[in-house]
Design a protein around this ligand. Structure first.
Ligand code: 16G
Length: 240
């Protein structure tokens, strides 16, 4: 129910109400949502207020709009546990989704001082710069840029990086990927991220930076990625 004299804004109450219906499964992915006008009439609130709630739910990944067709319940977000060190390919397979790659850039560049520091190599040393769009069931999830020392991981090709990088490093090269540190921060998609992730500029994204190491502590990759915040969430288990 919407309480008009509550200090909680009406758009927010409506937002919570719709979220609850989705979380309880009364509204399922793909279901169409009644028009703004219907909600406005049902709860005797303005269409502007309904629109505000819808916009927020779209940004949070609960709803999505299809031009000329209406508003629908979005697919559930992918929940990624942060316990184990896994690859994108492994994560998708574990969920029964088809992992996909779209390679948009592949080049050996001289390491900048930042990249050199992250990879513990000399500045201007040769580094693979690999930019890939990572897809789940053909839907873009993340835009990922990897930096890998070309002296450590020799002979990478476009073909190899179009598949799983971790599978190549471990399976083909026999190196053991051991641990990583990861920083996650929220942001909004810039022009390039929006274009590749097929979202509007300004949509929330999560920027992730991962430094991955071999057992002896040698940095094996430095990765910057932008994950769609409307499709992804991270889960961490804690014990006191
Ligand atoms: C994940 C990793 C990335 C790694 C990639 C390897 C995050 C934030 N990043 O996307 O660092 O390079 O997996 O995936 O999780 P691949 O083996 O499928 O190429």
């Amino acid at each position: 129910m919407i309480k008009k004299n509550s200090p909680i804004p009406i758009y927010y109450q409506l937002e919570e109400l719709i979220k609850e219906l989705i979380e309880k499964g009364e509204l399922k992915p793909g279901d169409s949502i009644p028009a703004e006008r219907e909600y406005a009439e049902k709860y005797q609130i303005s269409r502007m207020t309904v629109r505000q709630a819808f916009t927020q739910l779209v940004n949070d990944g609960y709803l999505h709009r299809i031009q000329g067709k209406g508003t629908f319940v979005a697919d559930r977000k992918i929940e990624q546990p942060l316990q184990g060190l896994t690859s994108f390919t492994e994560d998708m397979k574990a969920r029964g989704l088809k992992p996909g790659n779209q390679l948009i850039h592949f080049e050996i560049i001289p390491a900048t001082s930042q990249i050199a520091t992250q990879l513990a190599i000399q500045e201007y040393g040769p580094v693979y710069e690999i930019k890939r769009i990572r897809l789940a069931d053909d839907v873009p999830m993340a835009l990922e840029t990897n930096y890998i020392s070309a002296n450590l991981i020799k002979g990478l090709t476009e073909q190899i990086v179009n598949q799983s990088l971790y599978a190549h490093i471990e399976g083909q090269l026999g190196l053991l990927i051991d641990h990583a540190s990861q920083v996650i921060e929220s942001s909004i998609a810039n022009q390039i991220e929006a274009q590749y992730l097929k979202i509007k500029k300004g949509t929330p994204v999560m920027l992730i930076q991962r430094n991955t190491y071999l057992q002896d502590g040698t940095p094996v990759e430095f990765v910057k990625s932008a994950y769609r915040a409307d499709r992804y969430k991270f889960m961490i288990q804690m014990k006191r």
